[in-house]
Design a protein around this ligand. Structure first.
Ligand code: ADP
Ligand code: MG
Ligand code: MG
Length: 194
């Protein structure tokens, strides 16, 4: 595939990449207990590659994240997060506001559910994204909803992805994709309202 053209470097993307580098082993550990143990590596790679692409302003930064996830991140989470990020980027290209991004999040969630076939309660990233998408702005309140939704996946058995083969063995700790989704939304909300 073509080498991505590097835009101007972005302090925010650099910070997001640093954060996911810090979370790599925690997310890998969670995924080890419910899948194949690569979730943290996937997120760290995706955000590092997005930071390498750079971007000037939130719309370009989200576009870099979306493109990096869609083109360069494997696993289930790469293309699925890529879909959501692409809708967030599209919304930010219209207007980089918390209200517009909440609209983009709803569009991304619809795309994710259409492609991945999962529903709320299936113990996936949807359980963090859907409560945030139900709010009218992608703000600190929406982030709290996402974090709460991610935490609540500890009580859910998986109906999608690798974790679905493990039945009760996944109870007591959260879904790694939901934790990662909440972290991503937190970073975006902070970018909108530092
Ligand atoms: P893989 O299982 O291919 O290694 P990752 O480790 O990259 O995938 O991502 C796992 C995460 O992807 C899960 O924790 C879950 O949140 C999410 N996931 C898996 N399948 C689906 C799906 N069909 N719809 C939405 N999210 C999903
Ligand atoms: Mg995995
Ligand atoms: Mg994998």
């Amino acid at each position: 595939s073509e080498a991505p053209t590097a835009g101007p470097s972005s302090e925010w993307l650099d910070e997001v990449a640093r954060r996911f580098a810090d979370y790599r082993s925690r997310l890998n550990d969670l995924d080890q207990r419910s899948g194949d143990g690569d979730m943290g590596t996937n997120m760290a790679d995706g955000t590092r590659r997005a930071a390498a692409r750079g971007g000037d302003g939130l719309a370009q930064e989200l576009r870099s994240l979306a493109d990096a996830y869609l083109d360069e991140v494997g696993g289930s989470s790469g293309p699925l997060f890529g879909l959501v990020l692409a809708e967030l980027a599209r919304a930010a290209e219209d207007e980089a506001s918390a209200e517009r991004l909440a609209h983009g999040l709803r569009a991304g969630l619809e795309a994710l559910q259409r492609v991945g076939g999962a529903q709320p309660g299936d113990r996936t990233m949807i359980d963090a994204l859907a409560p945030a998408a139900a709010r009218d702005a992608l703000d600190a309140e929406a982030v709290r909803s996402a974090v709460e939704g991610a935490r609540a996946t500890s009580q859910l058995r998986a109906r999608r992805g690798r974790a679905s083969y493990l039945a009760d063995r996944v109870l007591g700790f959260p879904d790694p994709g939901a934790v990662a989704a909440a972290l991503l939304l937190q970073a975006i909300a902070e970018r909108l309202d530092p």
